[in-house]
Design a binder for this molecule. Structure first.
Ligand code: ADP
Length: 720
């Protein structure tokens, strides 16, 4: 009897499709296969096999097995769990899970080697080539260079058979970590935490710990010990360390190399496709034992995942809110459970969700008391902008510029923090008041001076800055309103012409290499003043940095969403935590119009617990996360009337359930994007409600017309 294979395709289809298994293929669950869909052949993954013929119509047959390791059972279960949780098609997370398997393989490299055959004619140039080739295999071009001869000489020897070409796989073997190396000597508080983590890893089962310690307390040092313990416990064990930013990866990779003597496998958007393919294969075969990566690394095909570390677990970039929507920190706990692995969440400013789990004992709570060694937390001063405002058209107040002057004088470094890219967030016409907005989208265009363009940060639209107002035609009437990092950089240069000033934002630092260059320059003291967005606010150690100036501490509070205060606290605590590591005391100045705000007061007092207690109390009253659940549904479409009608219909069929409240539909704050109107529903549920199931039931009751899209976001981070 033949078998039926159930194949999941990496597309937004509701379920896996059945195919016939051709004779002799002998599939196993997890195999990657080529399966026909309409006229196309697609890569899919076998998620089930059963005996039987396929009902009335004969099934299409699988075309063949693909040359890639199978997806392990844990990875398949994880994909299915994630899809159910996110109320999305399982093909969506599958697409993320097999992205590496679909990347092209690196071409083998050509190297030349001597064959032992002597050339018919010996010349001094030929002798040099043969000598160099005997010393080590290399590419023909490198050989010519090493011997100091032209490429023609090498070619002649190849033609005569004195040299031969061999194809080799490009290097980057994922070498096993050296577990005999010792870590640094830990202080008492670090030792206690490391012991607790080792014990947890030693239990060999699913467990979660929060590693909670101020910036610079040595969290990385401590979790490296957990990594060592997991790897030592089992020669097949694999470890995943997740980081929120590629800018951070390089520094962490250096520390892994120091600790284990080998380079861990890297996984993030900046890794070239052929390398991605090799990492994917090496993870699937168990060869890569340490992976350092961004959120999507959680979907890699680990054979034997024993430990997951989520560094900076509070970071918002773990939430992916386009395409397949997921929160990698939360899903890391799910993956840990599926794999029976230990999970370590590390942060100086943990999310309220994680703190709540620690408070209630669901997670172990390991606290690192102080900064390592002599380093102290910086003194924090609030600069009241109502009392000491900057001059008109400037952004740095007199107290901040005075502190910058002193810092410069002392040969130390300043970080000016402003979480806003570009030169100015708004451009308006002084003659007619027109604001420059993005076409078909209700967002302002941001002026970028480096590129001379006005850019929509939402859609990517950009245009050269016009000479005349497009509305009234007035010449040179367009004024730049408010500051972005480029404008603060301009001001810093003007105030301190002798200082070396640099900008760190995603517009100026576009890849990991550039990020490393800037981080190194800062660490080496080649920069006096660094103006940075959040890209540089976390994780880095700059020993000469003693002053952090927060240009607009109120910025994050204006959003008014669920996590506005929490996020502001986290971001500013991280940013101010950059100052004064090692032996130099640091200080941070926060420019604010609301010094009395609870967030500012908590920052000033460096009293995280007070902030958390106040915020938790508020959330508990409102039954908001972590005391309740939230979901969002965004419906969008080009025709406002049709959208309105559809949203109303949708509201009517919302399921009734105890402990669930549905708000909306309401116009989304961002009500127009790329010509599509947007409306939102907000759903609040008690903690014991299966919100995903509720949303799935609702989703099944609606049939949106072609032009209307429905996006479901479980546990939304964006409320726009
Ligand atoms: P965190 O991850 O908590 O911000 P890190 O692990 O990056 O802290 O440590 C901060 C700095 O202190 C790093 O430069 C680190 O090398 C150093 N450090 C921490 N603990 C030790 C230790 N036990 N011995 C030597 N240096 C340490």
């Amino acid at each position: 009897m033949s078998r039926i294979a159930s194949v999941l395709l990496p597309m937004p289809l509701p379920e896996a499709f059945d195919y016939a298994e051709p004779d002799g293929l002998e599939l196993v669950v997890g195999d990657q296969v080529a399966a026909p869909l309409g006229p196309r052949l697609l890569r899919g993954v076998v998620v089930g096999l059963r005996e039987g013929a396929g009902g009335n119509r004969p099934l299409k047959a699988i075309e063949g097995k693909l040359d890639s390791p199978p997806l392990p059972p844990g990875a398949i279960e994880f994909v299915q769990w994630a899809a159910r949780y996110s109320v999305d098609a399982p093909g969506q997370p599958l697409a993320i899970a097999i992205r590496g398997a679909r990347a092209p393989k690196a071409k083998p490299e050509r190297i030349v080697e001597p064959t032992g055959v002597l050339p018919a004619r010996a010349t001094p140039a030929r002798a040099k080539v043969l000598e160099a080739a005997a010393a080590g295999a290399m590419s023909p071009a490198d050989l010519a260079r090493a011997a100091g001869v032209s490429a023609g000489v090498v070619k002649g020897l190849l033609d005569e058979g004195a040299l031969a070409v061999r194809l080799v796989e490009p290097d980057g073997a994922f070498e096993p970590p050296d577990l005999a190396r010792a870590g640094r000597e830990l202080n008492a508080s670090q030792s206690a935490a490391a012991d607790a983590l080792r014990a947890m890893v030693g239990e060999g089962c699913f467990n979660v710990a929060l590693l909670d310690g101020v910036t610079g307390s040595g969290k990385t040092e401590v979790y490296l010990e957990a990594v060592a313990a997991a790897l030592a416990r089992d020669p097949q064990a694999q470890v995943l360390v997740m980081l929120p930013e590629i800018a951070l990866t390089q520094a962490v990779i250096a520390r892994f190399m120091e600790r284990f003597g080998v380079k861990p496998a890297e996984w993030h958007s900046d890794v070239a496709p052929p390398m991605r393919r090799r990492v994917w294969d090496a993870v699937a075969t168990g060869q890569a034992r340490i992976v350092v990566g961004a959120r999507s690394a959680l979907f890699l095909p680990f054979q034997k995942l024993s430990l997951i570390v989520v560094d900076e677990e509070h970071d918002g970039s773990y939430k992916q809110d386009e395409g397949f929507i997921y929160q990698a920190r939360d899903l890391s706990v799910v993956r840990g459970k599926i794999e029976n692995a230990a999970v370590v969440l590390a942060s100086a400013t943990p999310s309220l969700e994680t703190l709540r789990n620690a408070e209630t004992g669901r997670y172990r709570w390991l606290r690192l008391a102080a900064r390592h060694g002599t380093a102290r937390l910086p003194d924090i001063t609030l600069v009241d902008l109502k009392e000491t405002p900057p001059e008109a058209g400037r952004w740095l107040s007199p107290p901040l510029t005075a502190a910058m002057a002193q810092t410069l004088e002392a040969g130390e470094q300043t970080l000016l923090f402003l979480n806003r890219r570009g030169y100015a967030p708004l451009v308006l016409c002084k003659a007619c008041g027109e604001r420059m907005t993005s076409p078909d989208t209700d967002s302002w265009l941001v002026e970028h001076r480096y590129s001379g363009r006005l850019v929509c940060h939402l859609t990517g639209f950009s245009m050269p800055k016009p000479e005349r107002c497009p509305h009234c035609g007035a010449k040179e009437s367009l004024a730049s309103i408010g500051p972005g990092v480029e404008r603060v950089e301009e001001e810093a240069r003007m105030l301190f012409p002798e200082a070396r000033v640099a900008v760190f934002s995603s517009d100026t630092v576009w890849d990991a290499k550039e990020a490393r260059r800037l981080v190194d320059a800062m660490a080496e003291g080649e920069i006096d003043i660094l103006v940075a967005t959040q890209a540089a606010a976390k994780g880095h150690n700059f020993p000469r940095l003693t002053l952090v100036g927060v240009v607009d501490a109120d910025l994050g509070l204006r959003g008014g969403d669920l996590r506005a205060a929490e996020r502001t606290y986290q971001l500013l605590a991280q940013a101010t935590g950059r100052a004064g590591r090692r032996d130099r005391p640091g200080r941070a100045l926060l420019q604010t119009y609301a010094p009395e705000h609870a967030v500012m007061q908590a920052l000033k007092a460096q009293d995280r617990d007070a902030f958390v207690a106040a915020e938790m109390a508020e959330r508990e009253i409102m039954k908001l996360p972590p005391f309740g659940r939230l979901g969002a549904i965004v419906v969008s479409g080009p025709d406002p009337q049709a959208l309105e009608a559809f949203a109303r219909e949708m509201a009517k069929v919302a399921p009734n359930a105890e402990g669930v409240e549905v708000y909306g539909p309401a116009d989304a704050p961002l009500s127009l994007v790329r010509g599509r109107r947007r409306k939102r529903f907000l759903i609040r549920a008690d903690r014991n409600v299966d919100l995903s199931a509720y949303l799935a039931t609702w989703r099944a009751r609606i049939r949106p017309p072609g032009a209307i899209r429905v996006a479901i976001d479980v546990d939304p981070y964006s409320f726009l």
